[in-house]
Design a protein around this ligand. Structure first.
Ligand code: PMP
Length: 444
């Protein structure tokens, strides 16, 4: 086993030739927020797995819950009206957890892409049941990321995830993201930009015809697109627009759910009640693949009163409500609550923000820093005035130097994206800052 014989793996989101040119790091062990590679090097995982390992790599209660459930019942289908104990318990727990957002039902899935697909399909079915079968279109934000299934890829607002898979689902339209660093309006004031982006949505709705649109999907804070944090007024503006035009609002909370932003959801940061929420990732802290599409009372009532199609009869996954996943989820949520990880994300996030501002002052290559709680991004530019992004090689140098200094970073385009486990300490934040400092020094 070595880096060089990882060849039979076709890595997600990577071209095979690229992986051959630069062999992957092989991670063998994890403890707390640290991971150890095949050469025995231990580094702080500032990626948190992939935004998901909020409780770190050695959470005994989750491991024990998984072991207990494997003994009792490793699997039973959630199809045809059967359920398992953990899936029922977790659905109650999620309804409680997201009561402020108005969520009452959980449709379980195997991950984020499945959750998005479920929300898109149920949104269409909702309008069919209500006798408005022409409401089939979707609106979304440029730079948004919603997974890799055909529906999710279609609502994705980043060309990289779309262009090799055309034609995607027809009837999807994108409007500008409220991204202060780069936007078509050249507007840097967050509140003014939010208003301009809301107006662009209104214009698109007028152009399409509101009665052709099923739903608007957005991440409350755009994650993979580069941690774009809208002004707090933006999501309420979107909710208001959707209400006036009777368009459903899907909040994709796959990254923002369960405390990463400092609140239990991104929607809760602004008091918005969406019609659907998609969750995954941190629901089990990465210990088991699981996701859910959460459904509001407004939507559930329409399905439950329906006499013709009996709810989501045409949609479901073999692993919907997997009992081991749900047991892992129950244990992860109990630990997340016990440790008040939302509060730690807010406190450590404030320290991280201060450290990132200092790095921006020190390194001219840092064009912008932004974030909320423990999700943050740095934009690396060749020239601050023109905001011209640095090349791939520079980004690889930054990541390698940071790794040598003891910190695993994620680079995406010209951005460094940070999403460490939510259990990190103040000392861990200092370590991340040191790793970034070493990385940026290597940017040249
Ligand atoms: N939605 C968002 C907002 C995401 O960030 C992701 C994954 N990064 C997904 C959906 C897809 O989730 P998964 O990779 O678990 O399918």
């Amino acid at each position: 086993l070595s880096e060089n014989n990882a060849k039979p793996i076709w890595h997600p989101m990577a071209h095979p030739a690229e992986m051959r040119a630069s062999p992957p790091r092989v991670i063998m062990q994890g403890e707390g927020a640290m991971v150890t590679d095949i050469d025995g090097r231990t580094v702080l995982d500032a990626v948190g797995g992939l935004w998901n390992v909020n409780l770190g790599y050695s959470c005994d209660p989750i491991k024990q819950a998984i072991a207990r459930q494997l003994d009792a019942l490793p699997y039973y289908s959630g199809f045809r009206g059967t359920s398992t104990g953990p899936s029922i318990e977790l659905a109650y727990e999620l309804a409680q957890w997201f009561e402020p957002e108005g969520m009452v039902r959980s449709f379980f899935t195997s991950g984020g892409s499945d959750s998005v697909e479920t929300a898109l399909r149920l949104a269409r079915q909702y309008w069919k049941i209500r006798g408005q079968a022409d409401r089939t279109k979707f609106l979304a934000l440029k730079k948004g990321y919603h997974g890799t299934h055909f529906g999710g890829a279609s609502v994705n607002g980043n060309a990289n995830f779309r262009r090799n898979y055309e034609p995607l689902m027809p009837g999807v339209f994108h409007t500008p993201a409220p991204w202060t660093y780069r936007n078509p309006f050249d507007e840097t004031d967050p509140a003014k930009l939010a208003a301009l982006c809301a107006r662009a949505i209104e214009e698109e709705i007028a152009f399409q015809g509101a009665d052709t649109i099923a739903a608007f999907i957005m991440e409350p804070i755009l994650g993979a697109g580069g941690v774009i944090v809208p002004h707090e007024g933006f999501m309420p503006l979107v909710r208001d627009i959707c209400d006036r035009h009777e368009i459903l609002l899907i909040a994709d909370e796959v990254v923002t759910g369960f405390g990463r932003t400092g609140a239990w959801s991104g929607s809760r940061l602004t008091g918005v009640k969406p019609d659907f929420m998609t969750i995954a990732k941190a629901i089990t802290s990465g210990y088991f693949p699981l996701g859910a599409t959460l459904i509001s009372a407004k939507v559930a009532e329409v399905f439950e009163a329906d006499k013709t199609s009996f709810g989501a009869i045409g949609h479901g996954y073999t692993y919907s409500g997997h009992p081991v996943g749900c047991a892992a989820g129950l244990a992860a949520l109990a630990e997340t609550k016990r440790l008040a990880l939302n509060e730690n994300a807010a406190a450590r996030g404030a320290e991280l923000a201060t450290a990132l501002e200092a790095l921006k002052t020190k390194h001219a290559a840092v064009g912008d820093v932004r974030g909320k709680g423990l999700m943050a991004a740095l934009e690396i530019v060749a020239d601050r005035a023109t905001k011209r992004p640095v090349d791939k090689k520079t980004m690889a140098r930054i990541a390698d130097a940071a790794y040598d200094a003891g910190v695993m970073l994620r680079v995406s385009g010209n951005m460094i994206i940070l999403s460490p486990p939510l259990i990190v300490t103040a000392k861990d934040i200092a370590t991340i800052a040191e790793g970034l400092d070493a990385g940026l020094a290597a940017a040249g």
